[in-house]
Design a protein. Structure first.
Length: 84
């Protein structure tokens, strides 16, 4: 979860795949997340704009993180579809 300039990014895992959803957890560069599935939510712009969100598990918490901030190695949805 690095910024394009190489600086460390702090990213929020949310209870729903929306920008204004409550935060479940905070993750930083190097934190390992478990991919549970994917779904669609609010559009997020980083290097591109996408509505794809990943449903993840982190330290016993489940929640949503924009695919633009989670490097899955693919721009395609991975894992099962999860209904937000």
């Amino acid at each position: 979860m690095d910024n394009p300039d190489g600086s460390v990014a702090t990213v929020y895992i949310k209870i729903r795949p929306t920008l204004n959803a409550p935060v479940v957890a905070t993750v930083s560069t190097g934190d390992m997340l478990g991919l549970v599935g994917h779904g669609n939510g609010d559009a997020v712009t980083r290097n591109s704009t996408s509505t794809l969100w990943d449903y993840v598990r982190y330290n016993g918490q489940d929640g949503w993180i924009s695919d633009n901030w989670f490097n899955t190695g693919s721009s395609q949805p991975l894992g099962p579809s999860v209904t937000p």
